[in-house]
Design a protein. Structure first.
Length: 202
């Protein structure tokens, strides 16, 4: 895999491989990822690496990276295509609907974006880590005038939310969803995030 744009053709065998890999499909099901989302987000499986494959596209919908998540325990949990600079991208940016205003929802990880999108949350974006880079900040500020941060409910997640809030509050309106301790965004009650977003917009 190359260090910049990747050809879309690399995805097809990965997507096909997932269809016959029961453990990977079971993992995704437990994470709440529907069959429709598997298709929509082009999720696949890389047999040699033993990882679930998630493509990352830029705002122009060009394939920039394939990120791999190991099944079960093991390190590193995530690996990315060689040369990929994740600090320059936001997962989900290829699906943004914005005219320079409106609200985005910022989370840490891939599955958070997928889950929130499944329940109807628009413009969910992942920093693919625990901090917001200056490149990511510039993208958010350029495209939105409000951000809702939905952090992981552990200590590092809440610290990350503070960093992201501090970085953005100078330029746009920022709110932090009160994620309960020990919960991740994909474990939150249906409708609770959407209700919080609507209250921030009113």
């Amino acid at each position: 895999m190359c260090s910049s744009d990747l050809p879309d053709m690399v995805l097809a065998p990965m997507v096909e491989a997932l269809k016959s890999h029961a453990p990977a499909k079971e993992f995704l099901e437990k994470r709440g990822v529907t069959e429709q989302s598997i298709s929509d987000w082009e999720i696949g499986w890389v047999e040699e690496a033993g990882r679930i494959a998630i493509p990352v596209r830029d705002v122009n919908k060009d394939l920039r990276c394939i990120s791999g998540r190991i099944l079960g325990k093991g390190t590193p949990k995530w690996v990315h295509s060689k040369g990929f600079k994740k600090e320059r991208h936001l997962y989900g940016e290829d699906r943004i609907e914005s005219d320079g205003t409106g609200t985005c929802v910022i989370v840490e990880g891939f599955f958070d974006v997928i889950f929130l999108t499944q329940i109807g949350v628009r413009n969910a974006l992942a920093v693919m880590g625990s901090s917001l880079s200056r490149y990511q900040k510039d993208k958010v500020v350029r495209m939105f005038n409000r951000a809702v941060i939905v952090p992981d409910g552990d200590g590092p997640g809440k610290e990350a939310a503070k960093q992201i809030h501090k970085a953005l509050k100078v330029d746009i309106d920022v709110h932090v969803y009160p994620t309960p301790d020990g919960k991740d965004p994909d474990e939150l009650p249906l409708g609770s995030v959407q209700d919080f977003i609507e209250s921030c917009e009113s």
